[in-house]
Design a protein around this ligand. Structure first.
Ligand code: 2HA
Ligand code: ZN
Length: 273
């Protein structure tokens, strides 16, 4: 099969372009990785070449040994992905130790995977484990309203989860486990990757202060939808705060408990204080 005819590649490109259209990917902002299913790898393998050199990931992800990922390229713009996939995205194979990768398709003309590859792969490792292999997508974007919130609220999981939950009734239904917050850290390296993947053990959303957001999910729709839901709630937060210093009324602890009962949600007590 021609690689660009494969449904998983089409789904990846559509999600990347949807993110661009939402305004979450100025310049080269953001990155997206997908852990490819074995049968999907088989279906397009004839397009792969194995002559590019192995490169160090910069961290060790033994659980992902032998896996294949689609990734955005470093310095590449989301808005260009749909126009020229082969230059802006690629497929990488992880070696049998989980320490190196090599590009087997795309990222032509000497391009490399995203600078956030260590964060993505460490998140994939944790998510593969805790979801029993179900989670396949890690998505990083720069949505403006969530970033704005990181200048206003205390940088705690409790403050962000509760405030965002209160903005839209659907939020605790979509992410009942809550949201994690990473304080400002240098991006692109192992330290921020370790911190983010620690949060990903508990949550599907991690906010990077003054930078953006990471989401994890089973497929493109679920992961994009999660980013979209959190950012929509953050937009409402910004609108409310722009109108008045204090909310006049909101969803109460009692309301959350009623919702949890009817929807069968397990909302952690520490977000309901
Ligand atoms: O390069 O968003 O965090 C894209 C980024 C880095
Ligand atoms: Zn970023």
């Amino acid at each position: 099969m021609k690689i660009l005819d494969a449904e998983f590649i089409k789904g990846y490109i559509r999600m990347a372009n949807d993110g661009w259209e939402q305004g979450w990917h100025e310049r080269n902002g953001g990155n997206l990785t997908y852990r490819i299913k074995p049968e999907e790898v088989e279906s397009v393998k004839e397009n792969f070449t194995y002559d590019r050199e192995w490169m160090a990931i910069g961290t060790s992800v033994p659980t992902l040994a032998g896996e294949y990922f689609i990734t955005t390229g470093t310095g590449k713009y989301f808005r260009n992905i749909i126009l020229d996939p082969e230059s802006n995205i690629g497929i990488v194979e992880i070696d049998e130790k989980g320490e190196n990768y090599r590009i087997v398709w795309g990222l032509i003309n000497g391009s490399r995977p995203t600078s956030e590859l260590p964060s993505h792969l460490m998140n994939h490792e944790v998510k593969k484990e805790v979801s029993g292999g179900k989670h396949r997508v890690i998505y990083h974007a720069h949505p403006a309203n969530v970033i704005a919130m990181t200048f206003v609220l205390p940088l705690t999981d409790e403050a962000f989860t509760r405030e965002i939950w209160e903005m839209v009734t659907e939020c605790p239904v979509v992410f009942p486990e809550g949201i994690g917050v990473v304080p400002w850290m240098v991006c692109g390296g192992r330290d921020i990757a370790v911190e983010t993947s620690r949060l990903m053990r508990k949550y599907n959303v991690a906010i990077w202060a003054h930078h953006g957001m990471f989401c994890s999910g089973e497929d493109f729709d679920i992961t994009f939808g999660l980013m979209h839901t959190v950012e929509k709630a953050a937009e409402i937060f910004v609108k409310v705060r722009s109108m008045v210093p204090e909310k006049r009324q909101s969803i109460t602890v009692r309301n959350f408990k009623d919702l949890a009962k009817d929807f069968g949600l397990d909302l952690p007590e520490r977000f309901l204080k």
